[in-house]
Design a protein around this ligand. Structure first.
Ligand SMILES: [Ca+2]
Length: 366
C-alpha cells in the first residue's frame, strides 16, 4: 500500500541529517483522493451515471505499481531485437492477416494514406495482431498510477480522459481494458490519444478499438497521418556502411541533439544522394538511388538504416528506434501497399526481404 504513516504517530523521533530532502507531503487515503477526482470530473462535465459506474467501489491495484516500478531496461542490441520482432513466424502471420483483412485495409489505406503493410505491422507489434490488447481494467489502472505520487499529474489527466471516453459511450466500463500502463485496446492508445485520434470506421457510432478491426486500422492510420505520414513515401531502407566510410560519416553527419532518445541516436538528415556520395551502399551492396529525400542514419551493431520523414511519424507512436525499425522492416517483409512511389525515378530495386512477392506491379524504391 502507498499509505505513509508519519513517524511521529509511531512515537519515533527522527533526526534528520543536514541537507536531507524534505519529507514527502502527507498522502490522502485512496478513498479521499478518489472523491477529489470525482468532484473534479463533475466540474469537467462528466455525467454522474458515468462516474457511478466507473468509480464506485474502486480500489488501487498494487500489481500495477509493482509492474511500473520494475520496468525492465532494454539491454538487447538493436540487431537482436529486430531479429526477434521480425522473425519468420511473425512475417508469416503478418502476411496471412494482411490477406484476411485485405478489403478493409484497402479502404483505410485509401482514406489515410498509410499502406496496409504499415497498418498491419503496427497492429502486430502493439497487440500481436489483435490477440492481446491488455486485460487490466483501465480506470482502476489509471487511478492507481494517478494516486501514486511519482507521475500523478500525467496519469490524473489520462484518468479524466478515460472517464470522458466512457462518458461518450464508445465502450462499457467493464470492456475498457488495456495495458498495465493504461494503454487502450489493439492500437494501445493512451486515453488522451484515443480522444484525439480514435476512429469509428465501421460506422456503428462507437470508436471500438477493442473489437472492431476496421476501427483499429483506421485509428492507427489516422494517428500516423496526423503525425505527418506522407502518402506514397516509404519509411526508409536498410543500407550498408562500408568501414572505409565510417570516419567520413562521423565527420559529416553528427548525431541530432534534440528530441527523444531515439532522435538523439540518429544523425542529422542529409539527402540520399549525399549519403551515396559519402559511400553508403544498398543493403545488398549495390548503389543507392539518387534522391533528394532527407534521411538520417540509424545504426545497430552491424545493421544500418537510412530513415525518411515517414519514420518520424512511427517514432511518434513509440519513440524507440528498435520499435520503429521493426514496424518498417515487418511492413517491408509483409509486402508493400499501394506502390511506394517516391521522389526518385531510379528503380534501384533492392528488396529488403526475400520473397516479398505479394506486391503487384513495379515498385519504385527510394
Ligand atoms: Ca465503430
Amino acid at each position: 500500500m502507498l499509505m505513509r504513516v508519519p513517524a511521529v504517530l509511531l512515537g519515533l523521533t527522527l533526526v534528520a541529517p543536514q541537507n536531507a530532502p524534505a519529507p514527502p507531503p502527507a498522502q490522502p487515503s485512496f478513498t479521499e483522493w478518489l472523491s477529489g477526482v470525482r468532484a473534479e470530473a463533475k466540474t469537467r462535465g462528466i455525467k454522474d451515471a458515468t462516474l457511478d459506474a466507473a468509480l464506485t467501489g474502486l480500489e488501487p491495484l498494487d500489481v500495477v505499481i509493482e509492474r511500473d516500478r520494475s520496468q525492465a531496461e532494454i539491454v538487447q542490441t538493436l540487431d537482436r531485437y529486430l531479429e526477434q520482432r521480425v522473425a519468420a513466424t511473425v512475417v508469416r502471420t503478418a502476411r496471412q492477416k494482411r490477406a484476411e483483412q485485405a478489403a478493409v485495409l484497402k479502404k483505410v489505406s485509401a482514406k489515410y494514406g498509410v499502406p496496409p503493410a504499415i497498418l498491419i505491422a503496427v497492429w502486430g507489434l502493439e497487440s500481436n495482431f489483435g490477440r492481446f490488447s491488455g486485460v487490466r481494467p483501465t480506470i482502476q489502472t489509471l487511478a492507481t498510477l494517478a494516486y501514486d505520487p511519482r507521475r500523478s499529474a500525467m496519469f490524473r489527466e489520462e484518468l479524466f480522459d478515460a472517464l470522458s471516453i466512457l462518458d461518450s459511450g464508445d465502450v462499457e466500463p467493464s470492456a475498457m481494458r488495456g495495458s498495465w500502463a493504461g494503454a487502450l485496446g489493439q492500437p494501445q492508445f493512451m486515453p488522451s490519444s484515443f480522444l484525439l485520434y480514435a476512429q469509428d470506421f465501421d460506422g456503428d457510432g462507437k470508436r471500438d478499438i477493442w473489437s472492431s478491426t476496421a476501427d483499429v486500422f483506421a485509428s492507427i492510420g489516422n494517428y500516423l497521418a496526423a503525425k505527418g505520414w506522407t502518402r506514397d513515401q516509404t519509411w526508409g531502407r536498410e543500407v550498408r556502411v562500408p568501414e572505409t566510410t565510417l570516419q567520413a560519416v562521423a565527420q559529416t553527419a553528427p548525431f541530432q541533439t534534440e528530441g527523444c532518445l531515439a532522435r538523439r541516436q540518429m544523425t542529422v538528415p542529409m539527402t540520399v544522394t549525399e549519403w551515396k556520395k559519402l559511400g553508403l551502399r544498398s543493403r545488398t551492396g549495390g548503389p543507392l538511388p539518387d534522391a533528394d529525400i532527407p534521411a538520417s542514419l540509424v545504426s545497430g551493431v552491424k545493421r544500418h538504416f537510412l530513415v525518411y520523414p515517414n519514420y518520424q511519424a512511427i517514432l511518434e507512436y513509440n519513440c524507440v528506434n528498435a520499435y520503429a525499425l521493426s514496424v518498417g522492416l515487418l511492413a517491408d517483409a509483409t509486402g508493400s501497399g499501394p506502390a511506394a512511389a517516391t521522389s526518385t525515378k531510379s528503380a534501384a530495386a533492392s528488396k529488403s526481404s526475400k520473397g516479398t512477392k505479394t506486391s503487384k506491379g513495379t515498385k519504385k524504391k527510394t
